[in-house]
Design a protein around this ligand. Structure first.
Ligand code: F8G
Length: 237
């Protein structure tokens, strides 16, 4: 299939976040991660559980298939069989995430979402991040406030910041000091461009090109999961 869009590459990269997850609760925030989780469920991970973030488990077509009220989500968080894909106003080289405030904490210039579930998520189970606009403003040397905990802070045995998927690249922390590394750049993007849009030096080794979605995946994305192409609004071509 031709004309594969950047948004579709990002959806497939988000689906790959869940490779090997098995019977795990996926909690994707934002459209592209949600499409990715649904795509994974329909292809490689048939046992993946999809939360609507409120009270239900849903099939990829949004039919209710389970009851997961808020209080129960906390049990799953503590148990650890969950993979959350959160957003980030800022994320730094060790995977600290900020969705709380911009600027000096005593007098922030912007009040954002607050800490929400980020601290508990990051100390209890696998966490990834989705950044729709990779820029030096988001990929910062050090976050202004730590919401999600990174590798340079003592975060306990269940801490597992897996990957950061952006509109330009896939990144992880699989380095000796857990500083951020480029795993792959999306087709049409150079490593230089990714570095230019990042405020700290990235580890660059064995970088590949992010895979294209398969024909089966494209069919699922275009006809079943997002027929109205809302994905193009989150990641313009
Ligand atoms: C900036 C920057 C920046 C933004 N530098 N300025 C400015 C400088 C920008 C704008 C203004 C606003 C378990 C669980 C939970 C639960 C439970 C269960 C979670 C405990 C459920 C409910 C709960 C957390 C889930 C997410 C976040 C998803 C996004 C957002 C965003 C954008 C964060 C990316 N770097 N950045 N500004 N939540 N959301 O110029 O200025 O600030 O900017 O898991 O919750 O409680 O816990 O945020 O901000 O994962 O991803 O989209 O708020 O939209 O509009 O960009 O324009 O006003 O002048 P936003 P944005 P201005 S898990």
């Amino acid at each position: 299939m031709s004309d594969i869009t950047r948004a579709e590459v990002c959806v497939a990269a988000c689906a790959d976040l869940f490779l090997g997850a098995g019977e795990t609760l996926a909690s994707p925030m934002g459209l592209i991660p949600s499409l990715g989780a649904k795509l994974a469920r329909l292809t490689t991970e048939p046992d993946l559980l999809l939360s609507d973030g409120e009270a239900f488990l849903l099939t990829p077509e949004s039919t209710v298939e389970g009851w997961l009220p808020y209080r129960k989500v906390f049990d799953v968080v503590a148990h650890g069989r969950r993979h959350v894909v959160m957003g980030a106003n800022q994320v730094d080289r060790f995977g600290n995430q900020n969705i709380s405030a911009i600027g000096d904490h005593a007098r922030p210039t912007r009040q954002l979402l607050g800490f929400r579930g980020a601290p508990g998520n990051t100390v209890n189970h696998r966490t990834s991040y989705w950044v729709p606009r990779h820029s030096t403003r988001v990929l910062v040397e050090a976050v202004d406030v730590v919401s999600g905990v990174g590798y340079d802070r003592a975060a306990g045995p269940f801490h597992d910041v897996h990957r950061v998927v952006t509109n330009l690249a896939v990144l992880d922390f699989d380095t000796p000091d857990h500083s951020m590394r480029v795993v792959s750049v999306h087709p049409g993007v150079s490593v230089d461009e990714v570095q230019k849009q990042t405020s700290f030096p990235l580890v660059v080794q064995d970088v590949t090109e992010t895979r294209l979605p398969t024909d089966e995946e494209l069919e699922l994305i275009r006809t079943r999961l997002d027929p109205r192409s809302k994905r193009d609004r989150e990641v313009p071509q």
